[in-house]
Design a protein around this ligand. Structure first.
Ligand code: SF4
Ligand code: SF4
Length: 346
């Protein structure tokens, strides 16, 4: 069989497993991608995400991740949840977090593809979902799955930016797809205008240190007061720059059974449910198997304190007072901030 025929079989196999888009990129990226990433980390925009700057420090190439890499298979999965009621009280979580942790769902499928490639074509493989030192968005854009918008998200023609990206490196020499994307940002600046913390840079990158998504998930430290008051009720992630994107009007709810099956009935979790969490055991009982585990118990309670301070809900005062009296300086500081905000409203 020719490499084009092998490629077609692999793509068909991946699509049967539920991936919406599957396209191949060559191993070498245009140098601008590396340069943008290097500039981004040099300026400290990655915050505390050391694993990202390590990629630069150690000069990691795809051939360091899989020795004989000849092709990069890019996969996108639509996770856009079915329509929901409008905004409600409570702590808001990002749309991608309502189902079971996507890493687990996607990893299982990637493993099946890797086994298929290995068994049928004797190809070596290595798969990544968000976690490896690899520029997934750059490879996806190169393959033509979508384009990187001003909000830093990969935007696809069919599903907008509500997609999970994953990558399989393989030793098979597959024909690369050409990027023939017809959409772009043009003069639009809606995401930049809507971002509450001014986190969007001018070169399609974010200052993670100001981005609510980073602040509520990856960040393990205190959140600056200036940013706290701009975070509204987001307690895990933030979707604002995607909600306003005109390309997302085309988004259709996912048909994927696993992404449709929700771990949370909606995206608004009562803040008192989080502020009451006593220990890691209770946190695990509530959130095990979801992406929210990434924020860890202290991070989620910290975020809920911020959302409580922004909520105007005076009923949360006793719970915040309990947290302020805990032997945890970071949580106490955030509870105190929230109490002062709420008490000013009394
Ligand atoms: S996720 Fe939210 S905070 Fe981050 S850039 Fe987008 S709008 Fe701004
Ligand atoms: S909101 Fe506008 S500028 Fe931002 S990513 Fe979408 S199209 Fe591009």
């Amino acid at each position: 069989m020719t490499s084009a025929e092998n490629c077609r079989l692999i793509i068909d196999y991946a699509k049967k497993l539920g991936f919406n888009e599957v396209r191949v990129a060559p191993v070498s990226l245009a140098p601008e991608y590396d340069q943008t990433f290097r500039d981004w980390t040099d300026q400290g925009f990655h915050g505390e995400m050391q694993y990202l700057s390590n990629r630069i420090v150690n000069n990691i190439r795809v051939s360091d991740l899989l020795k004989n890499t000849k092709s990069v298979i890019n996969l996108a999965s639509n996770y856009y949840p079915f329509e929901e009621q409008g905004p409600r009280a409570g702590g808001q979580i990002s749309r991608y977090a309502v189902s079971r942790d996507y890493h687990k769902i996607i990893k299982k499928r990637l493993k099946q593809i890797c086994t298929y490639i290995n068994d049928e074509f004797s190809g070596e493989t290595k798969a990544f979902v968000d976690t490896g030192p690899i520029l997934e968005k750059a490879f996806s854009e190169t393959s033509g799955i979508g384009y990187i918008g001003k909000n830093g998200c990969l935007i696809t023609e069919a599903c907008g930016s509500w997609v999970f990206l994953s990558v399989i490196l393989t030793s098979l020499d597959l024909p690369a797809d050409l990027n023939s994307m017809k959409i772009n940002c043009g003069n639009c600046t809606r995401c930049i205008d809507a971002c509450p913390t001014d986190a969007i840079n001018t070169n399609k990158t974010l200052d993670a240190r100001r981005c609510i998504s980073y602040l509520t998930i990856e960040n393990r430290s205190s959140i600056q007061d200036e940013l706290k008051s701009k975070m509204s009720n987001w307690i895990f992630g933030c979707d604002i720059c995607q909600e306003v994107c005109p390309h997302n009007v085309r988004a259709q709810p996912t048909e994927d059974r696993e992404f449709r099956s929700r771990r949370f009935s909606d995206r608004y979790i009562p803040l008192d449910d989080i502020l009451k969490i006593k220990d890691d055991k209770e946190f695990l009982e509530k959130f095990s198997g979801t992406a929210i585990m990434r924020a860890r118990r202290r991070g989620l309670i910290r975020n809920a304190c911020v959302a409580a301070g922004n909520s105007g809900d005076l009923n949360l005062i006793p719970l915040l007072e309990n947290i302020r009296n805990m032997d945890d300086a970071m949580l106490a500081e955030h509870a105190q901030w929230a109490l002062e905000r709420l008490q000013n409203k009394c």
